[in-house]
Design a protein around this ligand. Structure first.
Ligand SMILES: [Zn+2]
Length: 251
């Protein structure tokens, strides 16, 4: 099999059109999960998928799966995607790039009349960011069995308290398909770099086997309240020294 090349201009054009939904003055995007804008982006994505001949299904937590059939319908799909929601001060590529990259792969296969053995599925996960409904990665978390469906649907809006399930229903994305139980042969997610490593090294692309390898610690520093900041028992001085030391360790 020769190497296939995607149409970069088409991918860029789709990203730019998608970025108009929730565009901010600073050139970024604010498209919070299960908002009207998220609904608009989802509908545009679905329209593009259907134009590319995909069969679209939506599950109870609003995850969208767009399937391009393969030669063997018994095989589990090869999946590629990401998320369409953004942070309040999000950019144009976070999440959207992964979804549009999956779509561009399907469009390229169509252009070439290429039939794959297994189906190819593009996925858009619900509420990846967690900025409106915490925690993050609720849609993929329920899919993977990390969260219960009821827990996911009951996540409250951080400000108004309205539940994710109600908002999904309101924007028309409380889908009929059960969550999970869909075998996946392989999963790929293209994502913009969110650290400085590739850019500093001048590398166009990096391949990782995981993401978000974060650990959160809650540390209470106790000391004497009346201790002046230069005294050894000052919790403020101890905290600042600890933070500086951590920064040095992670550099
Ligand atoms: Zn992302």
């Amino acid at each position: 099999m020769r190497n296939l090349t995607v149409n970069g201009e088409r991918l860029w054009a789709s990203l730019m059109e998608l970025a108009q939904i929730g565009a901010t003055e600073k050139g970024g995007v604010c498209r919070l999960a299960a908002s009207d804008l998220d609904g608009m982006a989802r509908r545009l994505f679905i329209r593009w998928c259907e134009e590319a001949g995909c069969i679209v299904s939506i599950d109870h937590i609003g995850n969208i799966f767009a399937r391009r059939p393969g030669r063997n319908p018994d095989l589990a799909p090869v999946m590629a995607g990401s998320h369409l929601d953004t942070q309040p001060t999000g950019g144009r590529f976070d999440g959207a790039y992964g979804v549009m990259a999956g779509l561009e792969v399907v469009r390229t296969l169509n252009d070439l009349g290429y039939e794959t053995e297994a189906p190819v599925e593009i996925v858009a996960w619900t509420n990846e960011e967690g900025s409106r409904f915490s925690p993050a990665m609720v849609g993929s978390g329920v899919f993977a069995g990390v969260f219960d469906l009821a827990y996911g649907l009951a996540r409250p809006d951080n400000v108004s308290g309205v539940e994710l399930g109600a908002e999904l229903k309101r924007i028309g994305f409380a889908g009929p398909a059960p969550v999970g139980g869909r075998p996946v042969a392989a999963y790929f997610e293209a994502h913009i770099e969110q650290g400085p490593i590739l850019e500093a090294a001048g590398l166009p692309i990096g391949i990782v086997t995981g993401a978000q390898g974060q650990r959160w610690y809650e540390i209470t520093v106790t000391g004497s309240r009346s201790a002046p900041i230069r005294a050894t028992r000052s919790p403020a001085a101890c905290s600042s020294r600890s933070i500086s030391a951590t920064r040095k360790m992670t550099r």
